[in-house]
Ligand binder design. Structure first.
Ligand code: ITT
Length: 186
């Protein structure tokens, strides 16, 4: 059994699809099983890796189980690489607010200048187990660009605005297909 140190349902669905044969529980379920409310990790690192390591280690330490964490986000070239590690809190008003703010920030920017990429760092910790002080990390990047209007109903977060080089948005593919090309799947 593996704890996925996330409260993001979209990430959980995709990871479960990737890790068939392993029971994956999220942080809320882990809290129920140890009868303890697991506090949110303060994501104050300046890098995806820093935040992913922090989330994985904190959840492994409090549960006593191996924990995997995902820190990810969108880097838009015309925004100097932003929102980056601030992707989840970009607007302060959730996913719909984040997408609206992104479209507004890129208003008038022509298609060729709207290049972007999703980045993901996964971190695996087992603080009380064989890994001890070590944390294993892996990272993946997916190149694309930001559309002027959303397309598709699948995925989560910025997916309907993220156009892959193949010409589809991440919201126009099912989870399994997204996992073959996405930053998280890679
Ligand atoms: P946890 O920390 O609980 O895992 P979170 O949503 O706060 O959940 P992050 O801090 O890693 O996660 O922020 C990642 C944000 O980047 C996420 O909220 C999305 O808005 C965006 N994002 C990451 N991967 C994405 C994907 O595959 N598709 C669309 N948006 C994605």
């Amino acid at each position: 059994m593996l704890v996925f140190a996330t409260r993001n349902e979209g990430k959980l669905v995709e990871l479960r699809e990737l890790l068939t044969g392993i029971e994956v529980i999220d942080v809320s379920e882990a809290g129920r099983r140890i009868d303890h409310v697991i506090p949110d990790t303060v994501e104050d690192a300046e890098t995806f890796a820093g935040n992913a390591i922090k989330k994985a280690r904190e959840v492994s330490a409090v549960t006593g189980w191996p924990a995997l964490a995902d820190d990810s986000g969108l880097e838009v070239d015309a925004l100097g690489g932003g929102p980056g590690v601030y992707s989840a809190r970009y607007s302060g008003q959730g996913t719909e607010g984040n997408k609206a703010k992104l479209l507004a920030a890129l208003e008038g920017v022509e298609a060729s200048q709207r290049t972007a990429r999703f980045r993901c760092v996964l971190a695996l910790a087992d603080v009380h187990g064989p890994l001890g002080a070590e944390t294993i990390t892996a990272d993946g990047t997916c190149e694309g660009s930001i559309l002027e209007a959303p397309r598709g109903t699948g995925g989560f977060g910025y997916d309907p605005l993220f156009l892959l080089l193949s010409g589809e948005t991440m919201a126009e593919m099912d989870h399994a297909t997204k996992n073959t090309v996405s930053h998280r799947g890679l």
